[in-house]
Design a protein around this ligand. Sequence first.
Ligand SMILES: *[C@@H]1O[C@H](CO)[C@@H](O)[C@H](O)[C@H]1NC(C)=O
Ligand SMILES: *[C@@H]1O[C@H](CO)[C@@H](O)[C@H](O)[C@H]1NC(C)=O
Length: 183
Amino acid sequence: MKSLSVTLIVLLVLIAVTNAALETHLCVDMSHDTPCKGWPAGLYPVCFGCGMGFFAECQGDEATVLNCPTVQDANGYPSILMFDNVTKICVEKTDSCPEKKSCVDMAAFAPCEGLPDRRYHLCNNDCKLGYFAWCNNEKDVTIKRCTHVDDGNGGYYRLRFDTLSQSCIEESTSCASHNWSSG
Ligand SMILES: *[C@@H]1O[C@H](CO)[C@@H](O)[C@H](O)[C@H]1NC(C)=O
Ligand SMILES: *[C@@H]1O[C@H](CO)[C@@H](O)[C@H](O)[C@H]1NC(C)=O
């Protein structure tokens, strides 16, 4: 009897561990050193930035970030297409991207509402200035700024926040591909 319950507990723990492993394997995490490790070659959602149209191509351990095109919606406004993981094409609406907003709007009453804990671009702010927002518990929002780096010629340059890697880097893909100051 005792060994049976031990076996059961071991089984339950195994199931929990397997589930956790599966859950972390839904999207390609560009903040990892080898984001595509363990993924068969193909197109997949990225963990951070699908709402901005980003997705990833895995080829061996090599990850390439790709970007869905921006189209005009029915009212003539620019609308970012998002990667659909089932059809593997860029579409207007998809269940594959849980991101509700692609940037934090500081003019909103609750800027971080509905946003998972992590770092975000700021809407209405030029990301080239290095600023970004950090959301915690959906209510606490902290404005942070990427550090500046000595350029070796007596000057300095500002690192830019990159949502895909969730870090401040020199060549930010997400900062380069969006006109944040237009809101
Ligand atoms: C996307 O599809 C792949 C299989 O092509 C699957 O492994 C992965 O979990 C899916 N991710 C999401 C977010 O649906
Ligand atoms: C960004 O948007 C603003 C406001 O719509 C516009 O004036 C500016 O030219 C745009 N910049 C780029 C690089 O597209």
